[in-house]
Design a protein around this ligand. Structure first.
Ligand SMILES: CC(C)(COP(=O)(O)OP(=O)(O)OC[C@H]1O[C@@H](n2cnc3c(N)ncnc32)[C@H](O)[C@@H]1OP(=O)(O)O)[C@@H](O)C(=O)NCCC(=O)NCCS
Length: 183
C-alpha cells in the first residue's frame, strides 16, 4: 500500500481528513474558486467533504484527495486529487487552491509532485484532466504539467477538454527530477 504523503520544497500533501472541514470550506465555499458548484455555507462544505471522504474509502489504494499544506506555516493552501476516471485505466487529476494562494506556483508544485507520485507509487498508466476551456488558469496549469488535449467531453452539462499525460512524457519533463523532495 503506497504511503499517501509526499513532499515538495514548500509543500506537504497528505490525505484529506474530516477535521480539515474549515480549510476545505475556504476553498469549496468560495465562488471565485469553485464557480461551478461552490458550497455556500460551512455546513454544506462539511457535508461535501463527508461525501468525498466516503467516495475515497472505496477507491483503490493510494488514490484519493490530498490536503496540500504550506510547510512554513502549516496552513492548508489547496487540495489535489488522484481518482478513478470514467475510462479505465486512466486516473484523473484534480486541483483546487485557496484564492489568496493563487499566483505562487503552489498548484503547479503540488500537481507535479502528484504526477510523479501517481506514476511511481500508484503505477498509473496515464493521467487525465477534464477542463472547461474558459478555465484559463487550470488550462495553464495542465500545460505546465505537459498535458495535451486528446478529446472533448460534456460533464455537468458543460463542454470540457480532455487532456492527458503519459508516464514517458512526464519522465522526460525538466521538472521531473525535482518534483518530489522525498520519494
Ligand atoms: C487552477 C488553479 C489551481 C491554478 O492556480 P495558480 O495559482 O494559477 O497556479 P500555479 O500554482 O501554477 O501558479 C502559477 C502562477 O504563479 C506564479 N508563480 C509565482 N511564484 C512561482 C513559483 N515559485 N513557481 C512557479 N510559479 C510561480 C506563476 O508565474 C504563475 O503566474 P500567472 O498566474 O501570472 O501566470 C487555481 O486557479 C484554482 O484553484 N482554480 C479553481 C479550481 C479549478 O478550477 N480547478 C480545476 C477544475 S477542472
Amino acid at each position: 500500500m503506497p504511503v499517501m504523503t509526499f513532499e515538495t520544497s514548500r509543500l506537504l500533501a497528505r490525505p484529506l481528513e474530516p477535521s480539515d472541514h474549515e480549510a476545505f470550506h475556504r476553498i469549496w465555499g468560495d465562488l471565485r474558486v469553485i464557480w461551478w458548484g461552490a458550497t455556500p455555507d460551512a455546513a454544506a462544505s462539511a457535508r461535501k467533504l463527508d461525501e468525498i471522504l466516503e467516495r475515497v474509502r472505496h477507491m483503490p489504494a493510494g488514490q484519493g484527495w490530498f490536503a496540500v499544506v504550506e510547510k512554513a506555516s502549516g496552513v492548508i493552501v489547496g487540495d489535489v486529487v488522484l481518482a478513478p476516471y470514467v475510462a479505465e485505466p486512466d486516473l484523473e487529476l484534480g486541483w483546487h487552491f485557496v484564492f489568496d494562494g493563487w499566483g505562487h506556483g503552489y498548484a503547479t508544485e503540488a500537481s507535479r509532485a502528484l504526477v510523479r507520485y501517481a506514476f511511481e507509487r500508484v503505477a498509473a498508466v496515464r493521467l487525465v484532466a477534464d477542463i472547461v476551456p474558459e478555465n484559463v488558469r487550470s488550462m495553464r496549469l495542465a500545460a505546465r504539467l505537459g498535458m495535451h488535449p486528446i478529446g472533448d467531453r460534456v460533464r455537468a452539462s458543460l463542454p470540457h477538454v480532455v487532456l492527458a499525460l503519459e508516464r514517458a512524457e512526464a519522465e522526460a519533463a525538466p521538472w521531473w527530477p525535482d518534483a518530489l523532495v522525498s520519494s
